[in-house]
Design a protein around this ligand. Structure first.
Ligand SMILES: [Zn+2]
Length: 309
């Protein structure tokens, strides 16, 4: 069994990255894709900044940045960061992520010397990115405390209303009542509702995508073995060497044409288990608009509900 091909979901919603060019000019971007070299559709500096690939060491350090002037008083601000060496990085890369906070990716051990300078030059960007991350985490925590009252599933043009019943000590229970109406019976201090909603989402996605994939397979004459639907954090879909297609239930949150593109993308992998020119030609044969849809998919990943992560 070979390594399955995977269509990655960029970590756009959780990370920001900046890359420091050799010229000394820093380029910073928000919501830039901070994901993997293996991630298709990843852009720019991000390709070198994947946490999973070949880093030599990891450590945590502190950097005392340039003094800040406050009423003629200088207050040095300590900046916590960790350093990761990645020989594939072409320059020093700064990343701010949920998992690691500020991370400095260096191409070689020698580049370590330049870190203080890079941090100083990018101080404003770093502070902005850290603040943004902190704000996002506050929102995320708040969002995860209470179940949603509504779930919009653009892929299948459905909007579900959720009513809640608070029962102290109750084991969480979810019922499909009337048309697009879910009733959640739970002790609100219990976060079990997330699992229930995710399971429900998978069932809904399984039903929708099984039918779509079958139709699409007939239209394109591209066969597949089996379909699996899961809630996945980092992948939209994947296709194994045996032709088993796995899809992310979160595709229900994107527009139907984008979800269909992902299904088609994976179906094409049953013929070409790579992202070669031949693969994209095959995709193009069935969906000439794939580039636009691919970009839209990246965009869509920024607005997914957090309970479905
Ligand atoms: Zn792919």
């Amino acid at each position: 069994m070979g390594k399955p091909d995977q269509l990655f979901l960029p970590f756009a919603q959780v990370s920001a990255s900046a890359s420091y060019g050799a010229t000394g000019s820093a380029s910073a971007s928000y919501g830039a894709t901070g994901s993997a070299s293996a991630s298709y559709g990843a852009t720019g500096s991000a390709s070198a900044s994947h946490g999973a690939t070949g880093h030599a060491f990891v450590e945590t350090s502190s950097f005392v940045g340039p003094s800040r002037t406050m009423a003629d008083e200088t207050v040095p601000q300590a900046l916590k960061y960790r350093v990761r060496e990645n020989r594939r990085a072409k320059r020093i890369i700064l990343r701010v992520t949920v998992t690691h906070g500020l991370e400095v990716v260096i191409p070689s051990a020698a580049a370590r010397r330049q870190i203080p300078e890079v941090l100083a030059k990018n101080r404003a960007w770093i502070e902005h990115a850290l603040k943004k991350l902190c704000d996002e985490q506050v929102v995320a925590r708040r969002e995860l405390q209470t179940p949603p009252t509504m779930i919009a599933l653009p892929a299948v043009a459905e909007t579900w209303t959720i009513t809640r019943e608070h029962v102290v000590g109750a084991r969480p229970r979810l019922e499909e009542r009337a048309h697009q109406h879910l009733h959640l019976c739970t002790d609100l201090r219990d976060s079990g509702w997330q699992t229930l909603l995710r399971t429900w989402l998978i069932t809904r996605a399984q039903k929708a995508f099984s039918a779509w994939l079958k139709q699409l397979s007939e239209r394109t004459q591209l066969g597949y073995a089996r379909i699996t639907v899961r809630v996945q954090r980092t992948r939209w879909g994947s296709c194994s060497r045996n032709g088993n297609i796995s899809l992310n239930a979160r595709l229900l949150f994107v527009a139907p044409e984008i979800a269909t593109y992902v299904l088609l993308h994976e179906l094409c992998h049953t013929q070409e288990l790579n992202h070669s020119i031949r693969f994209w030609r095959l995709v193009e044969r069935f969906e000439p608009n794939w580039r636009k849809l691919d970009r839209a998919l990246t965009e869509a990943s920024r607005t997914l509900p957090r309970w479905a992560m």
